[in-house]
Design a protein around this ligand. Structure first.
Ligand code: KG4
Ligand code: ZN
Length: 334
């Protein structure tokens, strides 16, 4: 089954053709990064307008690269939640038009489900059940993936997401957007014990996260240093801060897997590209004798191939939509 997939939940306009949920026939991502970089973050209004400008060309190119016309396609999958509402609406409306015009099934896909599905493309043998750490710009969840379309969130952030926290600290250090990625690069080779950050505590919810205290401590440290005209060593500061974030993410994931008996761990979301998180999870899984799955780097961030993968499994479950499909800014994963 060949699906045309569309993703426009944030600042990437993406389309892909994916076969049977596992094989990428084409994947096109038009990034808006340069346009938002001058503002230090995504401007929703600009994102919506840029999606409108890009979507037609991106979809056409994805079909061309795959060597198919719309009439060779068996369904249209689209991210409909969660994300920036104006941005999502562009993709949803375009997908509805294509599905209606070509008389194809329309398959709505949850963005976090698709981030997890990026792993089905990288690791063709991977199948649920497993435990997933999903870390993106807007979410930090530990999720029991019981089946391709059944999920239970067992840990979540009480305040800021991990990606959002890394972006904010990177920006305060003067690094360009997207901060998480640039902080990862700048921090390589830095001394992770050079700066100390408080160990965040969450009183309820054994696997929950809280990043706002850590973020405030880091931002205050940067401001204090600049007021005293003291320099900050960006590599050391970045390495120390990333280590604190990764300690928290990996520690809760290890506890959850131990308590619940999961031996398969799956990373997902933009922050799963982080080099320190990847290395740490490798160590933890090796120590415990667990299998670790991570998306290849090109599939960690937003793309439509992952939507085409998850869309296939949604279709098999009968999860299609009619022309009343709407976008939603937020929705639980399961
Ligand atoms: O999944 P994603 O592309 O978009 C959302 O769904 O939010 O995640 C974006 C987040 C941003 O916060 C970005 O800074 C972060 O992923 N990110 C990274 C790295 N690459 C992207 N964070 C840490 N290290 C990276 N290498
Ligand atoms: Zn995402």
């Amino acid at each position: 089954m060949k699906l045309l997939a569309i993703e426009s939940s944030c600042d990437d306009t993406a389309a892909a053709v994916v076969e049977d949920g596992r094989e990428i026939l084409s994947s096109i991502v038009a990034s808006q990064v340069e346009r938002h970089a001058v503002f230090g973050g995504v401007v929703p209004e600009i994102a919506s307008r840029m999606h409108i400008e890009a979507i037609s060309g991106v979809v056409t190119t994805a079909l061309e690269k795959a060597g198919y016309s719309l009439f060779d396609i068996d369904g249209v999958a689209v991210t409909h939640t969660p994300g920036l509402i104006g941005a999502l609406l562009v993709g949803v409306n375009y997908a509805k038009g294509l599905a209606l015009g070509a008389n194809l099934p329309l398959i709505p896909v949850h963005h976090l489900r698709s981030h997890i599905a990026a792993n089905y493309l990288t690791h063709r043998e991977l199948a649920p059940p497993f435990l997933s750490l999903v870390v993106s710009g807007g979410h930090s969840h530990i999720i029991e993936v019981r089946d391709y379309t059944r999920f239970k969130v067992i840990g979540r952030t009480r305040d800021d997401a991990a990606g959002e926290t890394l972006d904010k600290v990177a920006r305060t250090l003067g690094l360009p957007y997207p901060g998480g990625l640039n902080l990862d690069r700048e921090a390589r080779g830095g001394d992770k014990s050079a700066y100390k950050f408080p160990h965040p505590k969450v009183s309820t919810g054994a696997y929950d996260f809280s990043f706002s205290g850590l973020k405030t401590a880091a931002v205050n440290a940067i401001h204090n240093a600049s007021q005293k005209n003291e320099g900050i060593n960006i590599a050391d500061f970045g390495a120390s801060f990333i280590a604190s974030v990764v300690d928290f993410l990996s520690g809760n994931t290890e506890s959850a897997a131990n308590d619940l008996g999961y031996k398969k761990i799956v990373l997902a979301g933009g922050v799963s590209a982080n080099s320190v998180l990847r290395e740490r999870m490798k160590k933890i899984c090796k120590r415990n004798g667990w299998e670790l799955y991570m998306p290849e780097l090109s599939l960690c961030g937003d793309n439509a191939a992952m939507v085409g993968s998850q869309g296939y499994f949604e279709f098999l479950r009968g999860n299609t939509a009619d022309m009343s499909l709407n976008a939603r800014a937020s929705m639980e994963i399961g």
